[in-house]
Write a protein that binds this ligand. Structure first.
Ligand code: NAP
Length: 451
């Protein structure tokens, strides 16, 4: 059966051991020929042994190539040596299908102890190295988007772990370059990064106590890092009791890299893909909830996002998480209830205010109607006993009828003050008609008499 990467060529930097060796094995197991890069003379035997094991086990070509990618000429030397080994003798064609920028170093130190030498050498290997490797390889990349470049970053790029001012910065830079290369190399290859957390091996084992103490909470918090008795080895379970959880196996990180190198991953580029058991993904949960809570546009009361199920664990971080959920849900419900009360109160106040204004207008109209009624000739308008009566209105039967109707419309006794839709609508209707009638009366020559 043909293997998915049969006949392709993958260059894996830093593949003499650790994650790099596991990635080389993953690719080789799928039929990919591999370059096993390393730097130290002391690793020559190791790298040679990795290459010969992969060759015989997976029936591919694996070539160890020593090159220090932290030097200005190391990356180009790596690519040209690979070219010497893998150029097709018949077609003279040389193509690099996969590049895994894995080689990296970490020199952890608290801020006062960071040296310029540590800074320069770490940035040279972790940042300049991958840049020069991709630059030297660019002419040999596929032209049909089938290429794959995966940069091995770290959760440290986004977690701010103590003692990793320099290391975390290099990995953030690598992630930034990943996004740029995804665009610049779009016709050649997908470019992604993966961000492991703690991984078994010498790099993790060499960490200082300050560093281990600093990441303890993160480890406890990481969904897939809980060691499982009866599933994980006794050593792993015992060590996890101390450290809070187990580191990743190199094959677990390699599996994700292998996945990104597959043909099926062709629509994924410019991404930093989780290879850390959920260590940094878990923080997104609260962010999502916040967005959900603040952007709801529904007119019916929104449902609170579900709280996590109650944990029976004695882990203090679990308790804190549960508390966070509980406070969040309580706060959300309280906010909803308070909002509803405030809305009702405001609505009622607004209704009262409007109602008051309408009653005022109605009373004013009633007063004017009484004056108009008294000015009707039938009610007598002459001077009597020193009291000056109002000037009479024209003797007009229609005008008299309008005044009578208006009086009936605004007559207070007949108005219902009940707080029902029917009563309010009836009142509004009568007021509207009364206002119209008052205008007609004014136009018929009475002139406004308001005081
Ligand atoms: N281990 C972790 O917990 C962890 C976590 C997150 C991310 N990572 C990242 O994963 C990658 C691999 O880590 P690892 O733990 O597998 O490392 P490792 O066990 O220390 O192996 C490092 C590999 O890189 C090679 N290397 C170092 N400097 C080099 C240089 N200047 N030029 C060429 N090759 C060089 C080493 O070659 P020699 O044998 O010749 O020295 C070795 O093959 C690194 O980028 C690291 O930052 C690791």
């Amino acid at each position: 059966m043909s293997r998915p990467l049969e006949g392709k060529l993958g260059i894996v930097t830093g593949a003499s051991r650790g994650i790099g060796a596991a990635i080389a094995e993953n690719l080789a197991s799928k039929g990919c020929n591999v370059v096993i890069n390393y730097t130290s003379a002391s690793s020559t035997e190791l790298a040679t042994s990795v290459a010969s094991q992969l060759s015989s086990k997976h029936k591919i070509r694996a070539v160890p190539i020593q090159a220090d990618i932290g030097t200005p000429t190391g990356p180009s030397a790596l690519i040209s040596t690979a070219r010497d080994h893998f150029t097709d003798p018949d077609t003279k064609r040389f193509q690099i299908d996969i590049i895994i920028n894995n080689a990296g170093i970490a020199r952890n130190a608290l801020l006062p102890s960071v040296t310029i030498d540590d800074f320069e050498s770490t940035y040279r290997v972790n940042v300049l190295g991958p840049l020069l490797v991709v630059q030297a390889a660019q002419p040999y990349l596929p032209q049909d988007r089938s290429g794959r470049i995966v940069n091995i970053s770290s959760v440290s790029s986004s977690t701010g772990f103590v003692t990793q001012s320099v290391y975390g910065g290099t990995k953030a830079a690598l992630e930034a370059m990943t996004r740029t290369w995804a665009r610049e190399l779009a016709e050649n290859a997908t470019v992604n990064a993966v961000n492991p957390g703690p991984v078994e091996g010498p790099m993790y084992a060499s960490n200082t106590p300050e560093f281990l103490e600093g990441i303890h909470g993160w480890v406890l918090h990481t969904p897939l890092m809980k060691a499982r008795e009866g599933v994980d080895s006794e050593d792993v379970v015992r060590e996890a009791k101390e450290s809070g959880g187990r580191p990743a196996r190199t094959t677990e990180v390699a599996g994700i890299v292998g996945m990104l190198c597959s043909e099926e991953a062709g629509w994924c580029t410019g991404q930093v893909v989780c290879a850390n058991g959920g260590m940094v993904g878990s923080k997104m949960v609260s962010g999502e909830r916040h967005i959900m809570a603040t952007t709801t546009t529904s007119t019916s009361p929104a449902q609170p996002p579900p709280a996590s199920t109650t944990s029976t664990s004695t882990d203090p971080f679990d308790t804190l998480l549960t508390l966070e959920d509980q406070f969040y849900t309580e706060g959300y419900n309280q906010g909803l209830a308070d909002g509803a009360v405030a809305g009702r109160t405001e609505g009622r106040q607004l209704g009262l205010e409007r109602g008051f204004q309408k009653f005022l207008e109605s009373g004013r109209l009633q007063g004017r109607t009484i004056v108009w009624a008294n000015r009707l000739p039938s009610n007598g308008t002459t001077s009597e006993g020193g009291v000056v009566k109002l000037p009479p209105l024209p003797d007009n039967a229609r005008l008299e009828k309008h005044i009578t109707t208006l009086y009936a419309l605004v007559e207070a006794e007949s108005l219902s003050t009940e707080n029902t839709d029917e009563a309010v609508n009836d009142f509004d209707d009568r007021l509207r008609r009364a206002q119209g009638r008052a205008k007609v009366i004014e136009r018929m020559g009475s002139g406004p008499v308001t005081r």
